[in-house]
Design a protein around this ligand. Structure first.
Ligand code: ASP
Length: 591
């Protein structure tokens, strides 16, 4: 029997003198004639192999002369300590090299379309087309080792806490996360369709009604959404549900596995995560996913701006939901006109009509609004913004939504300008008490901010019909550094309340029964109070790995236009396949 295979990347000085059998890929060849160096790569790393005419069998050196990048080789040899001056400090195996006695090709490689190296200038399109080569790059392999470790730790933590991993169907009914479904036609039941799950939401609630008490799943979810830069049609959630929980039980569970998961990447998360209500998050940071690595709070300039007669203030405050909000940028008076123009542009991108600024430098105040305001009015505004010497006050007078969105974006810009962002810090938090419902101006209807099974807060229930917009939900998000990692809620567990919420949402009795009949039915047979959450595993892995894109932690991702460049999906199918499903082949597209 031959010797067991040795992972080359693990060889160290202490291995000197050992005979080893390496199997891996040729990463590099340096040919000096009598002396050939091959760098051999396997999952464990790189090791240098030496083929020396003076010391190695001639066939081995001849074979090495033939070796090309990405050939798969089997090498026998002996580990030698490198001479002092020859050690490579950049390589974990740099103290040693393997003197080869045999080289066998297990597979040859064509010239690859790009060099398999961490630093590459291959375009992402090319890398995704040849994903198998791309994935050989250590920088990506590292991400998948981390992803595996994170998923393992999550599973372990949940298993130890009594959560059962239960699989739920992929072929199911349309589920209500508010995105478009991917539909699958039924061959057997002509004209009927399955939907791929947007989440296991209804199944996990049903599992609570089945008495499972604690469920989790690392679940694939599908949403046919317009793909923004960093979204995928299919993604993975850490999905869980508990019976008889309070918010604290859910938070404790999630914090426990997030601490473990991030520790896998050497990241420390301090527990308990701070909590803030949706309203406080909006007032203070303008967003429901605040970056708490720095404070830089917004301020309310509405009282100071009221009654000034200044047109932009009057216009905002005269319309429903209008407000005047500000952001003090400490030391920001030094900002150039050009930078202020950029910030104005940024505010506009986020829906604000414009941006007003005030600078205080010594006794001097400059602002485009200065002439339109009396010195007292100006003072009141600067005082409301706590503007000190050298500060800049940015202000947006608009509807609340636009004002908050614009100032949240400017807050992030300012933090970068002021170098307030500690890149090594991971500031987790919970955002609670989201509104239950939002108003869709176009449809003139209420829609669920999360999904229609989210429980309202008991004390707000009296206003469910009279003032739906004021009802707060028992919903929460977990956020880190400005990223939403997950959201969930304590659910409705009574059929009468579920039907009441459906009515407010304009889901009639017939529609409710048609779409969610099984849930309403199940709620009638003793449904325990329950609640849960789902977190994006891809996002968690990308943040923990410091990866710039979700595509770096998904083995076979799709492009931003939803194409798998390697398999070339989506693709056309044979007309017979369509006919079998009762579908007509589409007419060819006109060119
Ligand atoms: N199903 C929800 C989602 O995917 C999460 C939850 O409420 O548990 O966003």
């Amino acid at each position: 029997m031959s010797a067991p295979r040795q992972p080359g990347g693990q060889l160290r000085a202490a291995d000197a003198g050992r005979s080893v059998l390496l199997k891996g890929w040729v990463a590099r060849r340096r040919d000096l004639g009598e002396l050939i160096f091959l760098t051999v790569r396997d999952r464990s790393g790189f090791v240098q192999v030496v083929f020396d005419r003076a010391r190695c069998p001639g066939e081995a050196v001849d074979a090495a002369a033939e070796a090309r990048s990405e050939d798969v080789v089997e090498i026998e040899g002996q580990v030698l300590l490198r001479a002092e001056g020859q050690r490579n400090r950049d390589l974990p195996t740099g103290d040693v090299e393997v003197l080869a006695s045999r080289l066998t090709f297990l597979a040859r490689s064509d010239t690859p379309p790009f060099v398999v190296e961490d630093r590459t200038n291959a375009t992402e399109e090319l890398r995704l087309e040849y994903r198998y080569l791309d994935l050989r790059r250590p920088i990506l392999q590292k991400n998948f080792v981390l992803r595996d470790e994170i998923a393992f730790r999550v599973r372990k933590t949940l298993h130890e806490r009594g959560f059962l991993e239960v699989e739920t169907p992929m072929l199911t009914r349309s589920t209500p996360e508010g995105a478009r479904d991917f539909l699958v036609p039924s061959r057997v039941h002509r004209g009927q369709w399955y939907a791929l799950p947007q989440s296991p939401q209804l199944f996990k609630q049903i599992l609570m009604m089945s008495g499972f008490e604690r469920y989790f799943q690392i679940a694939r979810c599908f949403r046919d959404e317009d793909l923004r830069a960093d979204r995928q049609f299919e993604f993975t959630q850490i999905d869980l549900e508990m019976s008889f929980p309070t918010e604290d039980d859910v938070f404790d569970t999630v914090e426990a596995f997030l601490v473990e998961a991030f520790a896998a990447a050497g990241i420390t998360a301090a527990r308990p995560f701070p909590r803030l209500t949706f309203r406080d998050a909006m007032e203070r940071y303008g967003t429901d996913r605040p970056d708490l690595r720095y404070d830089l709070p917004l301020c309310d300039l509405t009282p100071a701006a009221g009654g000034t007669g200044f047109a932009p203030f009057e216009k905002a405050l005269g319309s429903a939901g209008g407000t005047v909000r500000g952001l003090r940028v400490p030391g920001g008076a030094a900002l150039s006109r050009k930078r202020l123009d950029e910030l104005t542009e940024k505010a506009r991108e986020h829906g604000a009509g414009g941006l007003l600024w005030f600078k205080r430098q010594g006794a001097e105040v400059t602002s485009p609004a200065k002439k339109a305001l009396s010195p007292e009015q100006l003072d009141r505004i600067l005082a409301a913004g706590s503007v000190a010497d050298g500060d800049l006050l940015l202000s947006v007078a608009d509807r609340e939504k636009a004002a908050f969105a614009a100032l949240a974006a400017l807050r992030a810009e300012a933090a970068r300008d002021l170098k307030l962002v500690d890149e090594g810090r991971y500031a987790f938090c919970w955002v609670t008490e989201f509104p239950l419902l939002g108003w869709d101006e176009d449809a003139k209807a209420w829609f669920p901010m999360n999904h229609p099974f989210t429980g309202p807060r008991e004390e707000d229930l009296v206003r469910l019909e009279s003032d739906p917009g004021s009802v707060r939900a028992r919903a929460y998000d977990v956020v880190v550094n400005g990223w939403e990692l997950g959201s969930g809620s304590i659910r409705i567990h009574r059929a009468d309340l579920q039907e009441r919420v459906f009515r407010v949402l304009g889901i009639g009795e017939a529609e409710g029964r048609e779409r969610f009949g099984f849930l309403l039915e199940a709620l009638r047979y003793g449904a325990p109070p329950h609640g849960g959450i789902a977190l994006g595993l891809d996002r968690i892995c990308a943040i923990a790995a410091g990866a710039p894109s979700l595509r770096d932690v998904i083995a076979f991702p799709k492009t931003t236009s939803g194409i798998d460049l390697m398999t070339k999906a989506p693709a056309s199918v044979f007309p017979e396949q369509l006919r079998e499903l009762g579908l007509e082949p589409p007419a060819p597209r006109e060119r």
